[in-house]
Design a protein around this ligand. Structure first.
Ligand code: F58
Length: 860
């Protein structure tokens, strides 16, 4: 027997042996009794963290706990992978430049159904469970709604047992950490990986190479066919980092696969040998820069070279990964679109169609028409914005220097596409210009939304109104050409994170009344409607809300030293800071109340605590000035004895998923006051209502559908409609007339302009006020009076506590439609044509053995 064979046999025996042992003795890695959890925790502290109890920090405790939870996820994860591979399941690939997952620990405990045992185990060990959860630094790999939507959809896909892969970028630095200094936003780097990430597994064996730059060459292959080859000037390695995404109360654990960029050769010996030590690692540094940082912009992003590189990098890695999977399952490339359904989360991954064409035509030598058919059948595009300035476009020069082959492919797609347009709409050159994938009106650009529309089989908006407006405005031409491609998929949010995890009191109450099961079928909460007028249930509801408010008030006091009255109405606006979202309209209302109280100190108003939270894009000066306005008004109002504690204004710094989970349960009033026609959908609006907050809002985004669902009588509506906004703009809008014609508005604006909130500095807020008076693109002044009147109605309603509680209960019980489970089911039926593929872990263990039967045979 030669030695290598001997070693192999020994290894096989050893594995068989350990498999056997494992059958009997894995309790400490899989057991879910309180005892088993305690045991595993202590073992992890010792063997994973390498610390005796005496030296362990809170973070060590968190890591020990996270690892034991991870162990318990791995059966499901491995079993799911094996089951999908064996059954060669059709799979959704959700391509998104952002995934705003939020902290994993609590969510995994909920989805695995071991939250209570783990809590008890930690408490028996004398540890504060909440404190442990709070140790987790959330992966802030997204800006806001778009990234969080992707996270909710991953949760729902796993819970619905839909085979799916989330593909994105593993940014080393996520969204910046916001601080407030002298009322201004300051930004700090988010170092979420500093203490390690227990939720991911690196898979260097599946790393892929990505090319950039260079040029293309044509040649004739052996069969005499014309071919093109891309000769790049740079190559980068993408390593996947996988995170398991557990479904709720099922055995399915899908995968979020995020790519990290690395140099192919981390050290250049040739350069080193010439004596240049620093030069030798330069390539490594420059390659790794690619996935260093998330662009912290909301809505608009100027054409940045690194950003385009990031987009292409993750898209190319992901598509190549799909081909690897095809190969592993011996599926022919011609069946790519049958195996995979690719969803483009906005245009950020839209380069995928050109890259898929390149791979199919240049690498796999498919005929152009066949490749195009596959591409179109594989891709679908979700649009998330109506703001025309937010539609991505890339200067041709930049695009061509980075992706020369893709530019050629896009030109070819465009030539064929414009031929089609010409046939359908002869002699309509204006239309051709508008629809072209290339903007030629000045400097030439590649239009990514046009590329996404042309290469997708389905295009969807994210709320009814948004989908309608898309067809009438930004994508009108595409709708006229391909009406059958368009549909609406109203957004939804996962009730596991946004109710079960965020609001355990509400969860307990609901379960007591209607039993288990509603977190999987949120429509079941309808059954609570009959309790809306039950005074006993109302009292419980009131106590639930009050407890959450007391908790938040406690935190505010502890962190900022400001006392807020938990019996006051909590009036909350938390979201990215943007002019179209109109946080400054909210501020104008506060200033109006403030001014009235100052002028008439006897006046009694409904005591309110105004709470704001949200980040401004670092380069968005107006948004930063809006933050400064809010904090400045707060500074004056919070300390003024004349107001007799009737008004508090709080700006919560660093609004993120973790903090938001404490805010929704404690809110009475949800501010959804964007200019009608500007907010594509909104998802915060849903989270508030599910937690029993009432909405004051415009007819914008999903507000329209929320109002229909909860009942117009349980929703505070104000403001111009999208049509009225458009009409008024068309006819000519002069905001100054509103200022001159409304003494309350004039008073509020004049008070700000006087420097009252800025230590006498009348110029500080001038840019903001000038924009309102002379441009007001988001029509605050036109909506001001309606808003203030509506707020008066809100105050009156709140004073009738019984009626308010009834409305609050009705809101929460009628939000079933806004579960992301419903959205994902619609995507599955209308767009993805994917069905659930349930995973049965018991079967997996029986058939494959504890560690999966493949292991010993694959070893040689
Ligand atoms: C948001 N978009 C929409 N973009 O504004 C919101 O109405 C909608 O509910 C949500 O998508 C989900 O559909 C959004 O969050 C971004 O954050 C982009 C990230 C990349 C840079 C440009 C903005």
């Amino acid at each position: 027997m030669d030695t290598s064979l001997k070693t192999e046999t020994t290894a096989r025996l050893a594995i068989a042996d350990s498999n056997e042992a494992a059958q009997q003795n894995l309790e400490h890695r899989t057991g879910t009794s309180i005892e088993a959890i305690k045991q595993a925790f202590l073992e992890n502290l010792f063997f994973v963290q390498g610390k005796p109890v005496a030296l362990a920090t809170k973070h060590d405790y968190y890591m020990a706990l996270a690892h034991l939870v991870r162990d318990r996820m791995l059966y499901r994860w491995n079993g799911t992978a094996e089951s999908y591979t064996q059954d060669r399941c059709r799979t959704v690939c959700y391509l998104s430049a952002e995934f705003l997952m939020g902290p994993h620990l609590g969510n995994n405990l909920i989805n695995m159904g071991i939250y209570d045992q783990v809590k008890a185990a930690m408490e028996e060990l004398g540890l504060d469970f909440e404190d442990l959860l709070a140790q987790e630094v959330e992966p802030g790999l997204g800006n806001g709604g778009l990234g969080r939507l992707a996270a909710c959809y991953l949760d729902s896909m796993a819970s619905l047992e839909v085979p799916s892969l989330g593909y994105g970028i593993r940014y080393e630095f996520g969204i910046f950490e916001q601080g407030i200094s002298q009322g201004w936003q300051i930004e700090r780097t988010d170092k979420w990986l500093r203490h390690g990430n227990p939720w991911e597994v690196a898979r260097p064996e599946w790393a892929t190479e990505v090319m950039f730059g260079g040029h293309t060459e044509s040649y004739t292959d052996a069969a005499g066919d014309y071919r093109v080859r891309w000769v790049p000037s740079q190559e980068v390695l993408g390593t996947p980092y996988d995170t398991p995404i557990l479904g709720y109360q099922v055995d399915t654990a899908n995968t979020l696969r995020l790519w990290k960029a690395e140099a192919i050769e981390s050290f250049d010996f040739e350069v080193f040998n010439q004596g240049d030590y620093y030069g030798a690692v330069e390539e490594k540094v420059s390659s790794e820069n690619l996935t260093k940082v998330l662009y912290p912009n909301d809505e608009t992003l100027a054409g940045k070279r690194l950003r385009l590189k990031q987009q292409f990098f993750f898209v190319s890695c992901s598509l190549q990964d799909m081909f690897r999977i095809l190969k592993g399952q011996t599926i022919p490339v011609e069946e790519f679109h049958e195996k995979f359904s690719i969803q483009l989360n906005d245009t950020h991954p839209a380069i995928a169609s050109a890259e898929l064409m390149r791979l199919l035509v240049d690498e796999y030598h498919l005929d152009w028409n066949i490749a195009w058919e596959i591409t179109q059948q594989a891709m679908a595009y979700t649009n998330h914005t109506l703001l025309p300035e937010a539609l991505e476009k890339w200067p041709i020069s930049l695009f061509g220097s980075l992706l020369p082959r893709h530019l050629e492919i896009i030109y070819e797609i465009n030539t064929r596409f414009l031929e089609l347009v010409r046939m359908r709409f002869p002699k309509d050159s204006a239309r051709l210009e508008r629809m072209s994938l290339i903007d030629e009106s000045g400097e030439r650009y590649v239009r990514m939304a046009n590329l996404a529309c042309v290469s997708s089989h389905t295009i969807n908006g994210v709320a009814k109104l948004h989908s309608e407006l898309l067809k009438q405005t930004v994508l009108k031409d595409f709708y006229e050409l391909f009406p059958e491609k368009f549909c609406n998929m109203t957004n939804g949010v996962t009730p596991r994170r946004w109710i079960a995890l965020s609001n355990p009191r509400l969860t307990k109450m609901v379960t007591e009344k209607i039993g288990e099961g509603w977190l999987k079928e949120l429509e079941k909460t309808k059954q609570l409607e009959s309790l809306a007028t039950d005074s006993g249930f109302q009292d419980e509801w009131h106590e639930m809300k009050s407890a959450a408010k007391r908790e938040l008030a406690g935190r505010i006091h502890q962190q900022f030293g400001v006392l807020v009255d938990p019996t006051s109405m909590f009036d909350v606006q938390v979201k990215r800071i943007h002019e179209y979202k109109r946080q400054h309209l909210n501020a104008l209302h506060i200033v109006t109340l403030y001014s009235q109280l100052k002028q008439n100190p006897q006046m009694e108003i409904l005591p309110r605590t105004f709470i704001f939270g949200g980040k401004a894009a670092p380069g968005y000066h107006m948004a930063k000035l809006m933050i400064k306005l809010i904090t400045s008004v707060g500074e004056m109002a919070n300390k003024d004895p004349d107001l007799r504690n009737q008004l508090r204004v709080i700006f919560l710094p660093n609004y993120n998923v973790t903090n938001s989970q404490r805010v929704y349960p404690a809110s009475d009033l949800s501010e959804q006051i964007s200019t009608a026609g500007k907010e594509a959908s909104g998802t915060g609006n849903m989270k508030f209502a599910m937690n029993g907050a009432l909405t004051i809002g415009t007819l914008d985004g999903a507000n329209v559908e929320i109002r229909d669902a909860v009942g117009a009588e349980n929703f505070f509506l104000f403001g111009l409609t999208a049509d009225e906004v458009a009409k008024m703009k068309f006819e000519g809008y002069t905001p100054r007339d509103y200022y001159l014609g409304n003494p309350y508005l004039k008073d509020a604006i004049d008070l700000i302009a006087s420097g009252h909130f800025s230590h006498g500095d009348g110029s500080l807020f001038q840019p903001l006020l000038d924009k309102l008076l002379y441009q007001d693109p988001f029509m605050l002044l036109a909506d001001y009076q309606a808003y203030v009147d509506c707020q008066r109605t809100v105050s009156k309603a709140y004073q009738d506590q019984r009626r308010w509680l009834e409305m609050s209960i009705l809101n929460a019980s009628r939000m079933g439609y806004f579960s992301s489970d419903r959205s994902v089911q619609e995507y599955c039926q209308r767009i993805w044509k994917v069905s659930p593929a349930p995973v049965d872990i018991d079967r997996y263990i029986k058939v494959s053995g504890r560690f999966g039967g493949e292991l010993s045979c694959k070893l040689h």
